[in-house]
Design a protein around this ligand. Structure first.
Ligand SMILES: Nc1nc2c(ncn2[C@@H]2O[C@H](COP(=O)(O)OP(=O)(O)OP(=O)(O)O)[C@@H](O)[C@H]2O)c(=O)[nH]1
Ligand SMILES: [Mg+2]
Length: 442
């Protein structure tokens, strides 16, 4: 059985770290006090949290961009900037998160919290860089950018509600007006050849409706198209039984469809059922009442309230129907997706975690072309990105770190460097500007 999928593409961005401040204490009679520029605050991170309260990815089709807040800049008097707020996005249990086609998270358990984009580190203020040899640093770090990710979300859906009925009663028309599904609709039987799945958003409810090809007598034995798809109905929690007011005998129609369901799987008859009388726009109110009366006399419904008289075309009576479905589903246990997968698909997707923490301090040099010497490494790229290249003291500190970590040693081995540029993180530095030998005076 095919399992339906809901898809959405979103971009998430964590907050940028705040910039560190360059400042000096102001004291009476002292022109330049000690350095007291504070550190920037951390940028907020973006998390996904698996939640049972969400059933679909429809939120992520409405909003496509999510950003956590930036960290605040460092202040004078050694004040650290405010941290950005984390953004925790509730997401349906069972959602698989992919980046460039690779699974980075699989939210299979309710409550599971996964870090998706890390916030940028706050830049150090100049007070941080005070040392015996550097008593009045005139530089500070910039805040680091938050991670930005373009993600594909994928959620396997199980229909909550199954539409059943004869061909042409208006099943596809109904799903097309209550959900995001865009099925083919036509005035001949068997318009629907494969099931349509639609996500319904109404009030606080969201649920998934399956529209299957029309059923006819003998469907359980393979007649018509419906049998292949009755399997989808086996999974649903509520049956919506659609009758056409234009039929010559709706009571007979009702029983015929129930019979087919029973012959396919008697358990389907145990599911809660809502009886819907469609196309009421084509007859007058008195005739609707007569039809409802006949359903009542045949003991199909107890009273008039149990029948939803609607017109899928004019949208008459849809709100009470959707409300009824929503409240009914809220009281019924959910189908566990794991059960379905275990049954159908031995290739269950493994749970993977985003590998956000790498070997932080290691780095290597990549000579991509004669002109470009790329230095790669998590920590070293972070420091380079946070360096304000317009500030000579900040740049000197970067080169100092290069020396300490052994970057210069590796750079000295590079050949034909006259026109080369060193690429590190966001920075591009002409090779000739980099002091490969340590300046003894510093
Ligand atoms: N007047 C009126 N026509 C309707 C209404 N709902 C559906 N129809 C028409 O009935 C015909 C059949 O509608 P579909 O939605 O394709 O019916 P279906 O049950 O999906 O049919 P199959 O896919 O063949 O099983 C179309 O011509 C619709 O325009 C309604 O509320 N009022
Ligand atoms: Mg149809």
């Amino acid at each position: 059985m095919a399992i339906f999928c809901d898809y959405a593409q979103v971009t998430v961005e964590a907050g940028k770290g705040g910039n560190g401040l360059i400042a000096f204490r102001r004291e009476k009679f002292i022109p330049l006090g000690g350095p007291d520029g504070g550190n920037g605050g951390k940028g907020g991170a973006v998390y996904f949290q698996a939640s049972d309260d969400v059933n679909t990815l429809s939120d992520f089709r409405t909003y496509k961009f999510f950003k956590a807040t930036d960290g605040g800049p460092g202040g004078g008097n050694n004040r650290t900037g405010a941290d950005g707020d984390d953004l925790i996005l509730p997401i349906a249990v069972g959602t698989v998160v992919k980046e460039n086609g690779v699974v980075i998270a699989d939210l299979s358990q309710p409550g599971q919290l996964v870090l998706i984009a890390a916030g940028g580190r706050g830049g150090y203020g100049n007070a941080h860089f005070v040392s015996a040899v550097r008593q009045a640093p005139q530089f500070a770090e910039l805040g680091e950018d938050g991670e930005r990710k373009e993600l594909e979300l994928e959620l396997k859906l199980i229909a909550d509600v199954g539409l059943v009925g004869y061909p042409s009663v208006g099943k596809s028309t109904l799903i097309s007006v209550i959900s995001n599904a865009k099925p083919k609709i036509a005035d001949y039987p068997f318009t629907t050849l494969i099931p349509n799945l639609g996500v319904v958003r109404f009030d606080d409810f969201d649920f998934v409706v399956a529209d299957i090809p029309g059923l006819i007598e003998g469907a359980h034995a393979g007649k018509g198209l419906g049998v292949e798809f009755l399997k989808h109905i086996q999974r649903t929690r509520v049956i919506l039984h659609i009758l056409d007011v234009q039929s010559v005998d709706i009571v007979a129609d009702y029983h015929a469809i129930r019979k087919e369901l029973e012959l396919f799987d008697p358990d389907i008859l145990k599911k809660p059922e809502i009886v819907v009388l469609n196309k009421v726009d084509t007859i007058d109110e008195a005739s609707v009442e007569l039809l409802v009366g006949s359903l009542k006399d045949a003991k199909i419904v107890k009273n008039i309230k149990d029948v939803f008289a609607i017109s899928a075309v004019s949208h008459h009576g849809l709100k009470p129907l959707l409300y009824k479905i929503g409240t009914m589903l809220a009281d019924l246990p959910k189908v566990q997706f794991e059960d379905v997968v275990a049954e159908q698909d031995p290739n269950v997707i493994p749970v993977l975690r985003p590998h956000l923490e790498g070997a932080a301090k290691s780095f290597f040099i990549d000579r991509l072309s004669p002109e470009e010497i790329t230095i790669r490494g998590q920590r070293i790229e972070q420091i380079a990105n946070m360096t304000n290249m317009d500030n000579p003291e900040g740049v000197a500190r970067l080169y100092d770190i290069f020396h300490k970590l052994g970057v210069m040693k590796l750079l000295r081995r590079e050949k034909e460097t006259a026109n080369a540029v060193v690429v590190i993180g966001k920075q591009r530095i002409p090779f000739k500007d980099i002091p490969l030998m340590r300046n003894k005076k510093q």
